[in-house]
Design a protein around this ligand. Structure first.
Ligand code: 13P
Length: 249
């Protein structure tokens, strides 16, 4: 069985004062029955890792460079994330694809680098509203999946997050049928490409406007193994009920 995963993406939010939220979250979930991953801004990973100590919560980055080191001003390598205490990294988020013109091939190279550094990769896929309205969602997701995920991925290192761009930060969430259609499609494609065992073991997260009041509905959907939560992961008060909903799903 796939172990469920509640992941939080703080995006470009949070300063050291917000480390208190991580402490509060751990206090609320001393022995979680699902995996927890929190991805604060890179500036906070080291300090967060010290707080997390031997609690099972994992920390992650929100991006990494494809090279292990070198002349890349402003970038962070997967090795550096791991050294700071990260165990995972989000890759190919739509905000990186749009704001930094990241292409699938780049995401794939970053994923290989992350895997080499021992990080779990949370690779994000998602269609725009125009693409959904043009009924090309599965085509778009299929191409992103094929070209962003390296052949060397393993069930332990690969997590896929389906995040429709139109649902991110909008309060607008797909219907359970729409989520199921995409998650079932991703599952089938993974099974075709990597074989039944691995394809069935990779965890699939839904992301986009997951909140305490809709989490249980999302977690009941076929092939949803957890969530990648943005805004509602910023405070323990909001993230904690989402974690509880996943534990009891
Ligand atoms: O982009 C997201 C997580 O990576 C989702 O963000 P929101 O939960 O704020 O919609």
């Amino acid at each position: 069985m796939r172990r469920r995963l509640a992941a939080g993406n703080w995006k470009m939010n949070g300063t050291s004062a917000d480390l208190e939220q991580i402490t509060a979250l751990m206090a609320a979930h001393p022995a979680p029955t699902v995996d927890l991953l929190l991805c604060p801004p890179a500036t906070l990973i080291h300090a967060a890792a010290r707080r997390v100590a031997d609690h099972p919560m994992m920390l992650g980055g929100q991006d990494c460079h494809a090279e292990p080191s070198g002349a890349h001003t402003g970038d962070i390598s997967a090795e550096q994330l791991a050294d700071a205490g990260a165990r995972a990294v989000i890759l190919g988020h739509s905000e990186r694809r749009q704001g930094h013109a990241e292409q699938n091939a780049q995401v794939c190279a970053k994923a290989r680098a992350a895997q080499d550094a021992g990080l779990m990769t949370v690779i994000c896929l998602g269609e725009s509203l125009d693409q959904r309205e043009a009924q090309t969602t599965l085509e778009v997701i299929g191409a992103q999946l094929a070209d962003s995920v390296p052949d060397t991925a393993t069930a332990d290192t690969l997590v896929i997050a389906y995040e429709p761009i139109w649902a991110i930060g909008t309060g607008r969430i797909p219907t359970p049928d729409q989520i199921a259609e995409v998650h079932d499609f991703i599952r089938a494609r993974l099974q075709q490409r990597f074989g039944a065992d691995m394809g069935s073991a990779v965890r699939l997260l839904y992301g986009g406007s997951v909140k305490p009041d809709n989490a249980a509905t999302v977690f009941a959907v076929s092939n949803v193994d957890g969530a990648l939560v943005g805004g509602a992961s910023l405070t323990a008060d909001q993230f904690s009920p989402i974690i509880t909903a996943l534990e009891t799903a």
